[in-house]
Design a protein around this ligand. Structure first.
Ligand code: ADP
Ligand code: MG
Length: 461
């Protein structure tokens, strides 16, 4: 009975979002119910639910109201209507709050990317292909996403500088570029400059060597300065000095500064103190590796973008399970699969993916044994293997032991009793507690994140 209302709403949404977004997130949706001011939208799976909640709830609400529905809340429900697929309930976790009040969020309908910018803008370093619209939000990057949106909407006022850090291929460049593109969309006259710190360094050195003018002007007269991969400023004292002055000039004029780095300011070595403290003035947010749900959502979106169609769910889950490192690798795996299937005229399926993944470096080597995992951990922390396996409770041994248990679970999917036994424990609850402890630690402890990254790299080297 809501069919025509929903079709009208969909029609409007289709005009305001990119084709890939529309195909991926709206195609199999349905308006199930409107009552007591609440609209219930049926969606095919948890990934769609997540994305719609985070990015489109407000817009959907606005469109429903505009078309006469008396709605103040939009909720999403996984329903099988309109799709054959079942949600993957074993791995899908329920988002904490699936009811979003429209009044809670700002009222203007953000037309995510209504003008499709297709060309690269010369001079400002921005690449139009990076937008908020085609950025998939999950729990690993939602804070960074919101912060970048906030500075694009209110440059120079909210978080200044905004400092985004995290490992390679996790979307830092994408998000910062999206912030620049969005600010430019809202204010086409805005002067924005995106540059890697290396370009900044080279420009600076050149300006000294050839006594070139215009360096300071180029960087100090913009409305938004985006500096990528700040970690490479380490050790370059003269450049740090210069950047310090650039920073001050912009900051005093309330111009927005966005910086990315692979580590937080305090972990960048040989950074002069006064610059470090400036970098810590604003907001520092990390991006973590995407969880399973987000990896699936990214794959679905990218597949739709490239093929104009969805690929089947089992294949998506297969890829998401086997490529866990970062989003660049995930994209790589997908592209490889799509290209392979096109060339050989094969259907995109788990079978094809399985065949292909055998060649991929990212897949877990079959020969990785539990003993190897424990050994690698021991070696990383420079403790004796016998100590890790012993009942000793010394702090410098307990922590590596917990990490070893965590990795046996995350990499080899071993059961808790097996993990306990592998480390010489009788009681499997020890394993459970240890793993939980590391999981919690990973949320907050940057050092621990880095250690695990290093150990994983060792394991899969
Ligand atoms: P980083 O700068 O952190 O190394 P990038 O921003 O270059 O990472 O991201 C690597 C690739 O993955 C890019 O093609 C980017 O568009 C894509 N990507 C990263 N995160 C996301 C996301 N959340 N949604 C969609 N694409 C993403
Ligand atoms: Mg980058």
């Amino acid at each position: 009975m809501y069919h025509s209302l929903w079709q009208t709403v969909l029609g409007e949404i289709e005009l305001s979002v990119s084709r890939a977004s529309y195909l991926t997130w709206f195609k199999n949706t349905d308006l199930l119910d409107v009552s007591d001011g609440k609209a219930v939208i049926g969606v095919p799976n948890i990934f769609t639910k997540q994305q719609l909640e985070v990015k489109f709830a407000e817009q959907i609400g606005t469109m429903l109201v505009k078309n006469g529905a008396n709605v103040s809340k939009v909720t999403f429900k996984i329903s099988s209507g309109g799709t054959k697929r079942k949600p993957n309930t074993s791995t899908a976790k329920k988002p904490a709050n699936s009811t979003l009040s429209i009044a809670d969020i700002t009222t203007t309908a953000q037309q995510q990317t209504s003008h499709n910018i297709t060309t690269r803008r010369a001079g400002n370093g921005l690449n139009a292909k990076f937008t908020f619209d085609n950025f998939i939000v999950g729990s690993s990057n939602d804070l960074a996403y919101s912060a970048c949106q906030a500075v694009a909407q209110h440059p120079g006022t909210k978080y200044n500088p905004l400092f985004i850090y995290g490992g390679v291929g996790l979307g830092k460049t994408h998000l910062m570029q999206a912030a620049g593109n969005e600010m430019l969309r809202q204010n086409p006259k805005a002067k924005i400059l995106y540059t890697s710190i290396e370009t900044f360094v080279n420009d600076f050195l050149e300006s000294i060597r050839f006594k070139k003018k215009g360096f300071a002007d180029r960087y100090r007269t913009v409305d938004m300065l985006i500096i990528d991969d700040m970690q490479f400023i380490a050790g370059k004292e003269k450049t740090q000095e210069e950047f310090f002055h650039t920073f001050n000039a912009l900051h005093q004029a309330d111009k927005q500064i966005i910086i990315s780095s692979d580590k937080p300011p305090k972990a960048i070595p040989t950074l002069v103190e006064r610059l470090r403290s400036r970098l810590e003035w604003g907001m520092a947010i990390d991006i973590q590796s995407p969880d399973f749900e987000t990896r699936c959502a990214i794959l679905q979106a990218k597949a739709a973008q490239q093929t104009g169609a969805e690929i089947d769910h089992a294949t998506v889950e297969y890829l998401a399970t086997h490529v866990q490192t970062n989003i660049r690798e995930l994209e790589g795996a997908l592209n490889q699969l799509l290209a392979f299937c096109e060339m050989r005229r094969l259907p995109i399926s788990v079978e094809t993916a399985t065949g292909l993944m055998g060649d991929m470096k990212t897949v877990r080597p079959a020969h990785l044994s539990s003993r190897q995992v424990v050994q690698t951990v021991a070696k990383h922390y420079q403790v004796e293997l016998t100590d890790i396996m012993s009942p000793k409770r010394d702090k410098h041994i307990v922590m590596p032991r917990q990490v070893a248990m965590y990795l046996l679970r995350s990499e080899l999917h071993m059961s808790f009793p097996k993990i306990a036994r592998e480390l010489g424990r009788k009681d499997h609850t020890t394993a459970i507690h240890s793993i939980e402890k590391v999981e919690k630690g990973l949320k907050l402890d940057y050092l621990l994140q880095q250690q695990l990254k290093a150990i994983r790299e060792q394991l899969y080297a």
